[in-house]
Design a protein around this ligand. Sequence first.
Ligand SMILES: [Zn+2]
Length: 478
Amino acid sequence: MSQDLQALLVSYAYVGACVLVGEVAARRGVSREFSRKLIHVSVGLWVFGALALFEHRELAVVPSLTAAVANWVIHRKRLLKAVETEPDNLGTVWFALSFSVCLWVAWDQPSVAAGSLLAMVVGDALASLVGRRFGRHRYETLSGERKSLEGSLAMLAGTFLAVLAVLTWMPGLSPDMPRVSLAVLCAVVATCAEALGIRGRDNLWVPLSALAVLAWTPTAYATGLGMGAGVALLIGVAAWLRGSLSPSGVLGAIVVGAPVFGLAGTVGVAALLGFFFSSSALSKAFRERKAGVEAEYAKTGTRDLGQALANGGVAALAAVLLALTGDSRYLLAMLGALVAANADTWATELGVLSRSPPRLITTLRPVAPGTSGAVSGVGLLASTAGAAFVGILALLAGLSWKLLPWLVLAGVVGSLVDSFLGATVQDVRWCEPCARETERRIHRCGQPTRALRGLSWLGNDTVNGVATAAGALLAFWA
Ligand SMILES: [Zn+2]
């Protein structure tokens, strides 16, 4: 116990010294941002001191818990200009709370406690310093903060190296846990948490998400998920820079890509890559002939988080279920979802090239190209080819050829379900100035559109999700 008491005194002295240095630096003219980072990093590194000096976790969390209370009081009174920059920012309170949680939860796994806090300390400092200095590719977080790709990539690299270092040199993980993959997964997840940017809560979500990854990733899935997340991130960022994905779409690519690439073997890799690259390429192809028509569809062009989840969410879920249950029917369900997504995308991108007007799937009356629920011979051919394309890639990756007809059927049916819902219950809107039907809430002319028919909450993304689920169910029972 006397050792814990000594450790308590050392803790308060150390943290007090860190705050004092930061405060003096701020009063000597160093920027508040910099002095804040200085305190942030030096206090965060105390995790090593806490792990080394304390005997009991009950006392090890006392300094950070008192710091949380003190910071809340400071926040109320705004005593230290070095610590607080914005009146509504509770970041220091979240910082101290996260410190306590990581220390408490991972007390018996020092490398996990240190790794999750380093993700916050090192990652955040690098993201902000590099972003300020070199940030050119900007994006907005959920709360509207401006961040940069350069800053986020710096955080990714810094978190990866820091986490890998503690996982390698500190105890706490089972010897058969793959360190590099786990560090990649942790860095990708922590960077995504930071990029989401729920204002002032980075200090909460970054360390807690890192803690969850480090403490609870099953050993058997660490390699797959880590490599899957890394590859999905690379592809997603490249697609953003080429204009196929929005910044939120990169997050969608990771959420879908990590489980499908990582948990469903070569079949998952081949099918998802086939879907992703063929749909991106088709969406860029035939630009001129599609001009005008494509703008009425919500689903072409630059894809965002909602579209990524609508097209790939069911497949990702099936990949997770495959890993959890080991039931190979979930592999087929995942493929069914992907062939349906690909069939529908090919039908949408190529169907607009049809020379004769398409017909509504319910009444078969001719309608203008681009109308929701319209089908054409070219579109049906394209959806069959799209399903077969992904199906054949899956065969080449090792799936039995007997399953190909089922997959093509699942894809075409999924695509027809999409058209049927589009013609009946999907939210279809009307732009008054242009006198045109559209799926967009804000028309390409910049005017808000009004509801024309369908259910206002049933947008294109939901319809896409239902269509991929139909493909998944059909393939599951194949
Ligand atoms: Zn318009």
